[in-house]
Design a protein around this ligand. Structure first.
Ligand SMILES: Nc1ncnc2c1ncn2[C@@H]1O[C@H](COP(=O)(O)OP(=O)(O)O)[C@@H](O)[C@H]1O
Ligand SMILES: [Mg+2]
Length: 505
């Protein structure tokens, strides 16, 4: 095992040759955050040889310099890569191939993303198994730490999960799952920090953390990967919710509804989701309560609420500049932020705490016994200080309410018919009803668990929901224009509503 910062070469392969192969490969990776921007250069910032031989494996930290563009400054982002090196190409790893170095096949080597090579990733699992609680296993600058009594079972084959992800997760058998954080920011990753806090509080609402590994990066112990209990019976919340919505539409189609028959309501179809939404509300409130109990809390100062409202307002201005559809609503949307800025500490204290930070139906899993929350990393695009800052837990609630809206409406966006391109009105009504019913059930569950009833906090909820919907409008108009009607329907609703009316709708 050798280790070098500023490596000249990786066991005979010049670092520049590796970087030349990485240059076209990086932008094609789902987790690469600099998409659409020009890469000025890639360099290997540090390299650790983990496995020597054929296949061999290196741990690399890459510095990727991006040109400034569209108001964004030039930056250097850092990524973690497990680099696999093999003498000969292997069919099963073709999808993970980065490129070939050395020209002549006989003398050269194939470079690939070793996260996809179970022959190599088992090495990581063995390092975790070798660490004891309180007695880390060190491999050069990499430190493997265990936080659970039980050791992971060693020598299990690893399989990369297929989800569209901002990181890369490897499942070992049906025992544990290792999340490799791709983009590195110096410091402890909030996913690890909050999982350890919640496990310490005895929470059963998270996959139990088993181990992690870290290394010094820019002077700080920086989380590289988190090993957790694999939820064998877990199903993604987004998939479950979509199934319920699909059932609702399928039943309408089956009955030929729209042609005079009485339509079916969300509570009458087989896949009603409201019971699950209620239980998800309970789970969310429990996690918020445990976070508030174990990590710092505060009451928002009036200046803080004001500056939050100003930030939201600035985001609205920027969004309206880019998406003209927003323009007719901006004045009334701004009312939501004005109401937020006017909350007075003495008659309306706003509690702050650590929160999930990137909450939606794709970040929760239903196991055979309960709802579990995953991925406490926060929004990966935000700086770490912002992701670790204290926020109102209603920010998470508002984000989940937006997700219910998405689940209800995105199928409509995909099945637009007719010349106007507008979805059939009876389906729009059913979508609205589904969203309303499940948003309400979620809030009821949240309140049932002893937390504040979100429906009794219309000012906060409306401001957070508006801010989120504005973000979604910009995102959809740039990336998926056919989905733009989804957040636009929320924008219209939020612009109409006075804060005194029902927030769940
Ligand atoms: N503990 C777990 N058990 C089972 N599947 C999991 C677990 N953690 C994550 N997954 C699966 O991996 C996907 C991505 O995980 P997530 O932590 O959200 O990664 P990312 O940061 O890339 O979004 C999840 O949507 C889920 O399908
Ligand atoms: Mg996620």
């Amino acid at each position: 095992m050798t280790h070098s910062t500023r490596p000249q070469d990786l066991r005979g392969i010049p670092a520049e040759a590796v970087c030349a192969q990485l240059l076209p490969w990086l932008p094609r990776q789902r987790w690469f955050a600099g998409k659409g921007r020009t890469i000025r250069g890639v360099e290997v910032v540090s390299a650790v040889e983990l496995v020597r031989g054929d296949p061999g494996m290196f741990h690399l930290v890459l510095g990727v310099a991006l040109e400034g563009s569209r108001g964004l400054p030039a930056v250097v982002d850092h990524y973690q890569l497990l680099l696999g090196v093999r003498r000969w190409r292997v069919d099963r790893l073709d999808h993970a191939t980065i490129g070939r170095v050395g020209g002549d096949p006989a003398a050269g080597a194939v470079l690939y993303d070793a996260a996809h090579d179970s022959e190599l990733t088992t090495w990581l699992l063995e390092r975790f198994a070798a660490a004891d609680a309180g007695d880390p296993c060190e491999v050069g600058p990499l430190v493997f730490q265990r936080c659970a009594e039980r050791a992971p079972r060693g020598r299990l084959a690893g399989l990369v999960v297929g989800a569209e992800q901002s990181n890369t997760s490897i499942v070992f058998g049906d025992d544990v799952i290792l999340k490799l954080f791709r983009r590195l920011t110096p410091g402890v990753n909030p996913d690890l920090e909050l999982c350890l806090a919640l496990a310490g509080a005895g929470s059963r609402r998270i996959p139990q953390p088993v181990a992690w590994f870290e290394a010094d990066f820019e002077g700080e112990a920086t989380t590289l990967g988190l090993l957790q209990e694999y939820l064998r019976t877990g199903t993604d919340g987004w998939e479950l919710a979509k199934t319920s919505v699909r059932d609702l539409y399928a039943d309408q189609d089956l009955l030929g509804i729209g042609g005079g028959t009485e339509p079916l309501h969300a509570h009458e179809v087989g896949g009603d989701f409201a019971g699950e939404s209620f239980r998800l509300g309970v789970a969310t409130a429990e996690v918020h309560a445990d976070l508030a109990r174990t990590l710092p809390t505060a009451i928002a100062g009036e200046d803080e609420l004001q500056s939050l409202a100003e930030q939201m307002s600035r985001r609205l201005d920027a969004a309206a500049g880019r998406v003209p559809e927003l323009e007719p609503y901006t004045d009334r949307l701004r009312d939501a932020y004005r109401d937020l800025a006017q909350l007075r500490r003495e008659d309306h204290p706003v509690p702050l705490q650590r929160v999930h930070g990137d909450f939606h139906l794709g970040q929760v899993m239903r196991t055979s016994t309960r709802w579990v929350l995953i991925d406490f990393e926060g929004e990966p695009a935000q700086p770490l200080v912002e992701r670790r800052a204290l926020h109102s837990p209603l920010r998470d609630v508002a984000a989940m309410l937006r997700s219910f809206d998405y689940a209800a409406r995105h199928l409509l966006a995909e099945r637009r018919t007719g010349q106007s391109g507008a979805p059939a009105p009876h389906l729009v009504r059913r979508a609205e009803e589904w969203a309303l019913r499940n948003r309400d059930a979620f809030c009821a569950g949240y309140a049932k668990a002893g937390a504040v009833d979100p429906r009794a906090e219309p000012v906060l909820l409306r401001a957070f929901e508006t801010d989120k919907a504005v973000y979604e409008v910009v995102y959809e108009s740039g990336n998926r224009p056919t989905w733009l009607p989804v957040p636009m329907s929320a924008i219209r609703r939020l612009a109409e509503r006075s804060p005194q009316s029902s927030p769940a709708g």
